[in-house]
Design a binder for this molecule. Structure first.
Ligand SMILES: [Mn+2]
Length: 370
């Protein structure tokens, strides 16, 4: 039986710029930690082939620490063939890390933008692939493979079924016709379900660890086992240390920021978000016009999750019939702002809403904390 693990889009040394300095440093270390967890799996499960489908690094360079972890982990699995196909974030160029680092002999790196292959007759397997040699690769390099009785794998960074893409626009039809048994793809961080065509299973592994609110949920790699009878067992391996989640909390009727904070806490308990969650909460609903939400104040003190970002999308519960005819300065203020509260530009509406809240709060004689 042939044991394969498919990973990619690890983006080692990502800056995690969406987080504060302390949390960003933790996340950078965790990303390296998840890579090490993956390599522990490869070692303990005696995996034959590890396919890394591009964007192994986030940029053209890596830190010394990251590089020493990589070479150490790779040399701890001498029996595993590690195949890397550089992607658009880590293209193979003369001044890239790939061109300078001396990897252990069990590492096989694609260096050409055309499809080539590494042959492993001892495990009855050929691995096909190519390298990005710049930030783009405008044509699909995938073509028919040689029928030689060996298992045929593809290890590639590609933008599947996106004909106008400049990131290796490979098509499902090309993969299905090429003769692969399994086609490992990288580039898409939130992977759709795997596909199967013409006996070939193919698709994206997704990133190994989420890096922002556009990469939500549990992330990981893919395990592929091909039996001597050709039977394939493919399953996802959840490996991520933490997960990004987005949620919407209705705060209609809340009378204070403290109460809003409690509603968020309730949601955290309901959904069982924990220290492993980076949470973005969008507040929805209607609040008293005199209650102004300060996202930082609301989020302050909630330490049940690793990081919390609060976004305010509430609107004031206005008795507009009353304000329309209110003869006092409150009514006049409201009528002045009214056209802007209905402006087609959402930024203008948001500013007007804020002005209305501040104004009504001030007129009610309350202090504004912001
Ligand atoms: Mn990527």
């Amino acid at each position: 039986m042939l044991k394969i693990v498919h990973t990619g889009d690890i983006h080692l040394d990502s800056p995690f710029s969406g987080l504060d300095e302390r949390r960003a440093a933790i996340r950078k270390a965790e990303l390296r930690g998840v890579f090490s967890s993956l390599m522990t799996y490869v070692r303990t499960e005696s995996v034959d082939v590890l396919l890394i489908t591009g964007d192994f690094f986030d940029r053209g360079f890596v830190t010394r620490e990251t590089l020493s972890i990589i070479t150490r982990e790779f040399s701890r699995v001498p029996g595993c063939r590690i195949v890397i196909s550089p992607g658009n974030h880590d293209p193979y160029t003369p001044d890239s890390v790939y061109a300078h680092v001396k990897f252990p002999p069990n590492v096989f790196l694609f260096r050409e933008p055309t499809m080539t292959r590494f042959e492993f007759p001892e495990i009855n397997c050929d691995v096909y692939g190519y390298a990005f040699t710049g930030e783009t690769l405008t044509a699909s390099p995938v073509s028919k493979t040689e029928e030689n009785g060996r298992i045929r794998l593809l290890c590639a960074h590609a933008d599947l079924d996106a004909p106008a893409s400049t990131y290796a626009p490979v098509t499902s039809a090309q993969i299905a016709e090429a003769g692969f048994d399994y086609a490992a793809l990288g580039h898409v961080h939130n992977p759709p379900e795997l596909s199967e065509k013409n006996g070939c299973v193919f698709g994206y592994c997704g990133c190994l660890e989420g890096r922002g609110f556009d990469e939500t949920g549990v992330k990981g790699a893919i395990s592929v086992e091909i039996g001597d009878d050709g039977k394939k067992t493919v399953r996802r391996l959840p490996l991520s240390k933490r997960r990004y989640e987005t949620d919407t909390v209705s705060v209609t009727g809340a009378a204070s920021q403290l109460e809003i904070r409690e509603r968020i806490r309730e949601r955290i308990r309901e959904r069982k978000y924990t220290e492993n969650t980076l949470l973005r909460v969008t507040l929805k609903g209607e609040l008293p016009p005199t209650l102004t939400v300060s996202p930082d104040i609301v989020a302050d003190g909630i330490d049940e999750v690793f990081a919390l970002e609060v976004r305010d999308a509430t609107s004031p519960a206005l008795n507009t019939d009353y304000l329309d005819t209110d003869p006092t300065v409150r009514g006049a203020f409201y009528r002045e702002l009214k056209p802007r509260l209905a402006d087609p530009d959402p930024a203008v509406r948001a500013t007007a809403l804020r002005a209305l809240r501040y104004g009504l709060t001030a007129m009610a004689g309350e202090n504004i904390a912001d």
